[in-house]
Design a protein around this ligand. Structure first.
Ligand code: IMP
Length: 422
């Protein structure tokens, strides 16, 4: 198998960082293809915690080349801070970390606009406030700044001026916020450009060449399929293509099929920000899962909403990204819980539906639950209980693809492979 992908099968925070880190060991490249520092990928190795936001989760394996593809939106200041933190943990150099010259830059204006809209706008999305949406808007409206533009001051002035007058009016008259001048922003971005120039390259050609040489590539998704701009629960989504289709545009591998597409899902469901959530729990069990699972956003620290595993949503995710297997995480959180349920279908307008197709109004979907005998596994013994097996087999049967990996704790070692990924 030459190509694999790790994709969040829910609303993000599924534990993709851990699975990527595990599989990166056997890969030559790990490529991020969308999103930005709104992501928070946490990896624990021997009790040491590393949180990555835009740097690929293969970076703890210095022999593996980490690539930030052109579909990513990059905030240079945040990238450089993350880089300096990670340098104390692993050997990262311009030889093993590359940024696409055509990735889009998140500027000060994007962050300010994101914050202004969230605090004053009529409809709150509950964004991470990192400027992700406004940066993608500028990209699509052809006013974006590319990483390569940071390396040339004249280009930077020209590109930044494009649209500045419009933004200045918006900030002054609608949001009543002072914004930096073009000169200030140019100086700031140019300085960062100088600091990151050694990492910048044409990643399209790089990936193409590595694939031709037979190297193994792992594509690392951020957020989850249900937050995809097209497939997700719009408008409560992020602004990028988080599903498998994003790999082809955001990393640049047109015409090639990714052989193994692993959907990462928690054994329950969580969501941060606004939007529908059919299996959300508002009771003691929901609080228990939230507390025991330490369900706080790795990027914003916000409390995550928690609910039971939702099979109709996962069935939809399997279809959206042609998932070939599932990595199920945080099973330890459900161990010893006094009640255990899985939503296998919804009742909508008196009809039973088993897949959360976009035509279904999730606010009106009544979850139908199958109740399971709770399991009390400690997992380390390597002998799963029959209650645990029953729970896993049910999920597998419902989804029609294997649960190839399951994780029972944050550490790299707390994982069981039920199939080979080689
Ligand atoms: P944005 O990506 O900051 O624009 O936020 C849009 C929506 O996506 C909000 O509901 C966020 O909470 C959610 N979101 C963005 N990134 C992540 C993530 O990494 N994990 C979980 N939710 C996320």
């Amino acid at each position: 198998m030459q190509t694999m992908a790790i994709i969040g099968a829910q609303w993000g925070d599924e534990g993709k960082g851990k699975i990527t880190d595990l599989l990166a060991e056997q890969c030559d490249l790990v490529v991020r293809y969308q999103g930005g520092h709104n992501a928070g990928h946490t990896i624990w190795v021997n009790g040491q915690k590393t949180v990555l936001h835009v740097i690929p989760s293969g970076v703890l394996h210095p022999k593996c080349l980490s690539v930030i593809g052109h579909g990513v939106v990059l905030e240079p200041e945040n990238f450089l801070n993350e880089l300096s933190k990670i340098k104390g943990v692993t050997n990262v150099t311009p030889d093993n970390l590359k940024i696409s010259s055509t990735a889009t830059v998140i500027t000060s204006f994007h962050k300010l606009l994101d914050g202004a809209r969230e605090s004053q706008g009529p409809e709150k999305i509950g964004t991470t406030g990192k400027g992700i949406g406004p940066a993608y808007e500028d990209k699509v409206s052809r006013r974006g700044i590319k990483v390569k533009d940071l390396l040339d001051k004249d280009t930077l002035v020209r590109r930044l001026s494009n649209g500045y007058a419009e933004k200045a009016i918006l900030f002054k008259h609608l949001y009543h916020i002072d914004i930096p001048s073009i000169d200030e922003e140019v100086e700031r971005l140019y300085r960062y450009g100088e600091a990151l120039k050694d990492y910048v390259t044409d990643t399209f050609s790089l990936i193409d060449q590595k694939l031709s040489e037979g190297k193994r590539v792992l594509y690392e998704g951020a957020q989850g399929i249900l937050l995809d701009i097209d497939y997700g629960t719009y408008p409560y989504v992020t602004s990028s293509s988080t599903a498998g289709a994003g790999i082809y545009t955001g990393a640049g591998i047109p015409g090639r099929r990714v052989e193994e597409v692993i959907g990462v899902a928690k054994a329950y469901t969580t969501r941060v920000g606004e939007g529908p959530f059919p299996t959300e729990l508002f009771d003691e069990i929901g609080n228990e899962i939230q507390t025991k699972g330490n369900e706080f956003g790795a990027t914003t620290g916000r409390k995550r909403r928690c609910g039971w595993l939702d099979i109709p949503l996962l069935r939809y995710s399997v279809k959206c990204s042609h998932l070939t297997s599932i990595a199920l995480t945080k099973l330890d959180i459900l161990s010893h819980i006094k009640e255990l349920k899985v939503c296998y279908a919804y009742e909508v307008n008196g009809k039973v539906v088993d897949c959360a197709y976009p035509g279904i109004n999730l606010y009106h979907a009544k979850p139908l639950y199958k109740e399971f005998k709770p399991f009390t596994d400690d997992f380390a013994s390597g002998k799963p209980s029959k209650e645990f097996e029953a729970y896993m087999n049910f999920i597998q049967e419902c989804l029609g693809i294997p649960v190839g990996i399951y994780a029972y704790g944050p550490d790299r070692a707390q994982v069981v492979f039920r199939q080979k990924y080689s």
